[in-house]
Design a protein. Structure first.
Length: 307
């Protein structure tokens, strides 16, 4: 349905030396310059190449209606115009919408800027914020992975595949990008996550075979083997953690080794965990942690084997 209400003027793009107008889907007018848009995109160059009758006012300038909302169009133009700062603090929805528009109109410089932004830390410069927020890829690695696959960005696909090890593929929130992602990429991620879980299973088995000199065999409080009672509980916690977060970066956290909220009302010895962890088990754990730190998993090999 045609919007018959009086259009609003963009507060950012309203210069009186403009020679063309763009109208957003929600009826906001943007006063733009043909030369700038034409240099940014061949699509825009063709779109704006209409005859120019003599205009007496800005409201008589030639106008093209676009399908994008005012917010998306404003952000896109901010990337295009050299006189404005490119946005660097976008929400993921804004990012996806601007990238879709930039791809639709073939604005290659903006696409490249957005490619860099996907993995870059975010700073709210406009509000003079001193906080550095995680990159879009870190905030939602699965959605970032899907976007990278849709754009064919190999380096970002590989990097984001590793970031997805922080999430559970079965419970991660869905998005339109994920729904449209080719199944082979989701299958590759599933294989990567299972390989990572298998790696930790091998680590736990290796730890269980560590030489006995690294262990305290008898607790002074209860007389039992402190490692046997603590180890079973720790394996349960670590396995649960790796199942939901295959990266395994929390497996060796102190809170995972010795949960502060652990309840000893069930009769378990309170001294066993502290005996098993900090002293005689520390050496074995540190060796495993080094092996974990050296393992860099991604789907890089998928591209090597498919080229």
């Amino acid at each position: 349905m045609e919007n018959t209400s009086e259009p609003r003027m963009s507060p950012v793009f309203s210069r009186d030396d403009a020679d063309f107008r763009l109208r957003s889907s929600d009826n906001v007018l943007f006063l733009v310059h043909r030369s700038i848009l034409s240099m940014a995109s061949e699509v825009f160059s063709t779109m704006l190449s209409v005859p120019q009758p003599l205009q007496n006012s800005l409201l008589e300038l030639p106008c093209v209606e676009l399908a994008e909302t005012a917010i998306t169009l404003e952000l896109l133009l901010m990337f295009i115009y050299p006189s404005t700062k490119s946005p660097c603090f976008l929400s993921f929805n804004q990012y996806a919408e601007v990238l879709e528009a930039a791809s639709k109109y073939a604005v290659e410089p903006t696409i490249e800027a957005l490619r860099t932004l996907l993995l870059s830390p975010r700073i709210d410069v406009e509000r003079n914020s001193t906080l550095i927020r995680p990159s879009l890829a870190e905030s939602d690695p699965l959605r970032a992975f899907a976007i990278a696959t849709s754009m064919g960005w190999r380096a970002e696909i590989i990097h984001c595949s590793t970031l997805t090890l922080r999430v559970n593929l079965n419970t991660a929130p869905s998005s339109s990008e994920l729904e449209n992602m080719p199944t082979k990429y989701y299958r590759w991620l599933g294989e990567l996550h299972e390989e990572r879980r298998a790696f930790f299973r091998r680590l736990f088995e290796e730890f269980d075979d560590e030489p006995s000199e690294y262990r305290v065999k008898k607790c002074k409080e209860c007389g039992e083997d402190p490692l046997s009672s603590w180890w079973d509980e720790y394996i349960k916690r670590a396995t649960t953690s790796v199942s939901s977060r295959p990266l395994g970066d929390r497996v060796f956290d102190l809170s995972m080794l010795f949960p502060p909220e652990q309840d000893f009302d069930d009769g378990r010895c309170m001294a066993c965990p502290s005996t098993a962890i900090p002293l005689n088990t520390l050496y074995a754990l540190s060796k495993l942690q080094n092996k974990h730190g050296k393992k860099k998993d991604s789907i890089r090999h998928k591209f090597v084997s498919n080229t």
